[in-house]
Ligand binder design. Structure first.
Ligand code: RIB
Ligand code: CA
Length: 313
């Protein structure tokens, strides 16, 4: 029986790859996709979700709901330099126009899914946690019915990617991240500690896309061009990290990562440390009080096999 999942996304390039992976995984049933401001403004995130659903020609469409335009307290920081001004590597102009849509409310959709699917529901959060925090603040009892939250975010024993100590999703909305990680809902964190262990190189994307030569494959190749160039310009390799696809892959197969249980606080007032994930791995108490599972190792080969097998279907 496929697992019912809700994906909360700030639909940038790696989010789009994660959506394709999720929608092509028979182990998952995507019941709803909720959008949140992060990589790009939230309206563009919602349009991008529809573009991916159109591209894959998904007939039984999940609910598409639009959420927070900005973080709980901070002003919005976007990442168009990484994901393009449209969030999809500037390929949206070459895709069919999106039909006008009237999105549902993200908070309402999250709570309805928690109510309807209960402990079976897995929420895969691949953007800032603003929507989940708002849902928690509005109705913690219902949120607590959810089975599991898998969140891509944080950086524990590695440098950040948004300043020296913070990862982007938790930097954008540190207050929301702190609320969700201390909500008592079972959480698995997929931080840069594991997502930086896996890179897909441009050459491999070109080889696989041209071998498959479908509309989806060529769109994926075009969509990732700028994303990969960003990494070439800033980190010296012509490729890209698969942050959000890894979070979806863990929803498919939890054994892909090994985790440690620990309480995680997120810095919200630090002048130089906003968004930093702070944990005391040596304190026994810290492994009990509102502890979450944090992934530190990933089975790189099995993850990449799953990713490529489904991305190029
Ligand atoms: O730090 C990487 C995360 O921030 C990914 O989810 C990426 O899409 C951005 O949202
Ligand atoms: Ca994301």
């Amino acid at each position: 029986m496929p697992k019912p999942i809700l994906i909360d996304t700030d639909t940038g390039v790696d989010d789009a790859l994660a959506l394709i992976l999720a929608l092509r995984s028979p182990e998952l049933s995507v019941k709803a996709i909720t959008t949140v401001a992060g990589n790009i403004e939230v309206q563009k995130c919602t349009s991008n979700v529809h573009r991916i659903l159109d591209l894959l020609q998904i007939r039984e469409r999940p609910i598409v709901a639009q959420g927070a335009k900005r973080p709980l307290r901070q002003s919005l920081l976007t990442a168009s330099e990484v994901h393009g001004s449209d969030g999809l590597g500037n390929v949206s102009k070459s895709l069919p126009a999106v039909e006008p849509f009237k999105p549902a409310s993200a908070v309402q959709t999250i709570l309805e899914c928690c109510d309807r699917y209960g402990a079976k529901l897995v929420i895969v959060a691949i953007g800032p946690l603003t929507n989940l925090a708002l849902a928690w603040k509005s109705d913690p009892r219902t949120m607590r019915k959810a089975g599991h939250v898998i969140t891509m975010g944080g950086a524990f024993h590695v440098p950040g990617n948004t300043g020296p100590v913070a990862e982007f999703n938790y930097y954008v909305d540190p207050e929301a991240a702190h609320i969700v990680l201390n909500s008592g809902v079972p959480v698995t964190v997929i931080p840069l500690d594991v997502t930086h262990q896996v890179v897909v190189m441009r050459k491999e994307m070109e080889y696989r896309a041209k071998r498959r030569a479908s509309m989806v494959a060529m769109t994926v190749l075009n969509m990732t061009r700028e994303y990969m160039r960003y990494h070439l310009d800033t980190q010296g390799f012509n490729g890209g990290y698969l942050h959000d696809p890894m979070a979806v892959a863990v929803a498919v197969d939890r054994t892909l990562v090994k985790t440690r249980k620990v309480r995680v606080d997120v810095e919200t007032t630090g002048t130089y440390t906003r968004g930093m994930t702070v944990s005391d791995f040596h304190n026994r108490r810290s492994r009990k009080h509102h502890a979450v599972q944090v992934a530190f190792t990933v089975d790189r080969d099995r993850f990449l096999r799953l990713f490529h097998e489904r991305l190029w279907m």
